[in-house]
Design a binder for this molecule. Structure first.
Ligand SMILES: Nc1nc2c(c(=O)[nH]1)N[C@H]1C(S)=C(S)[C@@H](COP(=O)(O)O)O[C@H]1N2
Ligand SMILES: [Mo]
Length: 529
């Protein structure tokens, strides 16, 4: 029993050393075999499990999986050790098995780094060697080619290896930072497009500078900012805790299936438009950026997995080209059914051609907030579909395919709604007291249906009063709203909000989970001021 435990510990330590070696070498190629395994699990997992993980762990789901994979490797190492021990093999067979496993570890390391990076390169070789040094050292220290060595010598060998890996890890970081990809870089200044069309153009922010309040106190309850301020100014829409009317690229939420975002080289990248088109065509990155139909669009994007009051909603300015225009240039055959976008990360989405051909506002974007797209938001080009949840807006697009059949997209295969039309929503974001005056504020959005009205209730929904709406920055963006009232004494307040879209439909009161068609229900919070 005791011997089993020692063997399990030794093998577990070897596996742990291997994991640490791979993590240390990660910056060299921008990934490692553990991440490759975790990514494979994400893509192979049944929709119900993927959805459960997102709903239970939110944005931490992917990193928990990475930790789980690492622990799994350590556990498997221990289990293999015990199996070898109990197998009743003689020394010769055990040494043979150890060599076979060492070879396997090397092969997995080499092929994992091959997949994680850009194939064979000096960095790939360095990463592979660096990652196998620690498990090799554990073996050498504990067993050695000539059987067990003394404790002192074992310690010396282990610390020598630890030092090597530490130094290697630092080198990997330094080399990793200089790991550059040619071509146009993400996040670089973009020339403004000259022609702006009516649709989607930002309406100027209302004038009148909001007074800068001096805060007396600030706290946060359920993510809602509660403040007391010293000010006689009117509240406006910019008091502490309110989101900007139009946010920056840095403010924008990021959601995708990837543990690390794909890196695309614009010198090699081209956009292919093919399938049931008259003339198959490819466009270079420069051709795309210089396209005469390029224009700007201010858009609010929201993720279908956002819960009521959640943070996966952002508004910013984008620059792109209507894909209708791109498709008219190639010509579309009469039997076209779906317009499918394929991406560098293997993702896909589809929209019926009947929808795309009818709308000028479905964009292939190459700019965000005045710059080229950041890598995390789909550099070099991504789709934008106003009115639909973010999942329809493919990032890192490589191919627009005109399909003559109905295409089953990535999330649709995993049980999420195919159309993914945005449900009317209204969220509370901030509350501020100025003397006896209190203002509650937030955002409301109904996709391309637009918002007509936002109401607030302070009595658990018995009576409702109209909130003040700010002009939306564009027909494709949220409205900020504010509701003011007087209340001399500090009391617990229950605040509820509901919105009505421009078609006259009031937001659904029934609470439902994000899966499969996006969350519904009214946001309410209890706060004291
Ligand atoms: N290629 C690709 N595109 C993708 C995804 C993805 O995993 N891969 N995720 C989608 C989802 S679920 C959302 S909500 C939006 C988020 O876009 P953002 O990260 O720019 O905010 O991207 C969409 N586009
Ligand atoms: Mo999403």
């Amino acid at each position: 029993m005791a011997r089993s435990r020692t063997t399990a510990l030794f093998w577990g330590a070897g596996a742990l050393a291997w994991v640490l070696g791979m993590v240390a070498a990660r910056p060299l190629v921008g990934g490692d075999p553990t991440l490759v395994v975790a990514q494979t699990v994400i893509e192979a997992a049944p929709g119900s499990i993927a959805t459960w993980a997102i709903e239970t762990f939110g944005k931490y789901a992917q990193w928990l999986l990475v930790v789980g994979v690492s622990l799994g490797i350590v556990g498997a190492g221990g289990a293999i050790g015990i199996a070898l021990d109990r197998g009743g093999f003689n020394i010769r067979r055990r040494v043979q098995a150890a060599y076979a496993i060492a070879l396997g570890v090397f092969a997995i390391t080499a092929s994992g780094f091959y997949v994680a990076g850009d194939g064979i390169s000096s960095r790939w070789l360095l990463a592979t060697v660096l990652a196998v040094v620690p498990p090799g050292a554990v073996w050498w220290a504990q067993v050695g080619p000539r059987g067990p060595v003394g404790r002192r010598r074992a310690m010396r060998r282990m610390s020598g290896a630890a030092g090597t890996v530490l130094a290697g890890g630092v080198l990997a970081r330094v080399l990793g930072e200089s790991r550059s990809v040619g071509g146009v870089q993400p996040d670089t200044e973009l020339d403004p497009v000259d022609e702006k069309t009516e649709t989607g153009t930002t309406t100027p922010a209302p004038t009148g500078t909001p007074g800068k309040e001096t805060l007396e106190s600030r706290s946060e309850t359920d993510g809602i900012v509660v403040t007391r301020a010293n000010s006689d100014d009117a509240f406006g829409f910019d008091f502490e805790g309110m989101p900007d009317r139009v946010g920056t690229a840095q403010d924008h939420y990021v959601v995708d299936k990837n543990i690390s975002a794909p890196t695309v080289n614009t010198q090699q990248w081209e956009l292919t438009i093919d399938g049931a088109v008259m003339d198959r065509r490819t466009l270079s990155y420069d051709e795309l950026r210089e396209h005469p139909a390029a224009r700007e669009l201010t858009l609010t994007m929201v993720c279908i997995s956002n819960t009521v009051g959640g943070d996966l909603i952002s508004t910013t300015d984008w620059t792109g080209i209507p894909i209708k225009t791109l498709l008219e240039e190639t010509g579309v055959q009469t039997d076209a059914i779906d317009i499918v976008t394929h991406a560098a990360d293997g993702y896909s989405e589809a929209l019926p051609w009947s929808v795309v051909s009818d709308r000028e506002d479905i964009f292939l974007a190459f700019g965000m907030d005045g710059k080229t797209l950041p890598r995390s938001h789909g550099f070099p080009a991504r789709l934008l579909i106003p009115g639909r949840y973010g999942m329809k807006s493919t990032k890192w697009v490589t191919d627009i395919e005109v399909s003559t059949a109905d295409h089953e997209a990535y999330w649709e295969q995993r049980g999420w709604d195919e159309r993914a039309v945005i449900n009317t929503l209204s969220y509370i974001r901030a509350i501020q007291r100025r003397g006896e005056q209190i203002a509650v504020g937030g955002v409301a959005y109904a996709g391309i249906r637009g918002i007509e009205r936002v109401e607030v209730s302070l009595d658990d929904g018995k009576t409702w009063a109209d909130a003040t709406l700010e002009a939306a920055p564009s027909p494709y963006a949220w409205h900020r709203w504010r509701y003011e009232f007087t209340q001399p004494n500090a009391e617990a307040l229950n605040v509820r909000v509901r919105a009505t879209d421009s078609e006259g439909n009031r937001q659904r009161g029934v609470r439902s989970n994000p899966h499969p068609g996006g969350s519904t229900g009214r946001h309410s919070v209890t706060l004291s001021l």
